[in-house]
Design a protein around this ligand. Structure first.
Ligand SMILES: [Zn+2]
Length: 97
């Protein structure tokens, strides 16, 4: 297995890419890479059961078909919306604290 590294934009070190995920409320999973130098979490994506079901469907669908294209676009849209939703809620919570 080759070791991937990424540049942490928090501490500026090259760090081994350690992918982890947390369970958030509403069945949301937060997938992120954790910096081994400073512990900073860089978000990869958020997912939920709806998105996972679509990803599974997309995987089974042959390449270069309209359906694959439609599913890919739909997944991208849902992932973006979910990220926006989760991050805006995190922002609100941070303000309360
Ligand atoms: Zn770091």
């Amino acid at each position: 297995m080759s070791e991937q590294t990424f540049l942490c934009n928090q501490c500026g070190n090259q760090t081994p890419l350690v992918r982890k995920f947390d369970n958030l409320p509403d069945n949301v999973e937060h997938h992120y890479a954790e910096c081994q130098s400073c512990g900073y979490r860089s978000t990869i994506f958020y997912t939920n059961p709806e998105i996972k079901a679509l990803m599974y469907e997309q995987k089974k669908t042959p390449f270069l078909t309209k359906k694959k294209e439609r599913l890919t676009n739909e997944i991208k849209k849902l992932v973006d919306e979910l990220r926006e939703k989760v991050e805006s809620e995190e922002g609100k919570n941070a303000e309360i604290k």
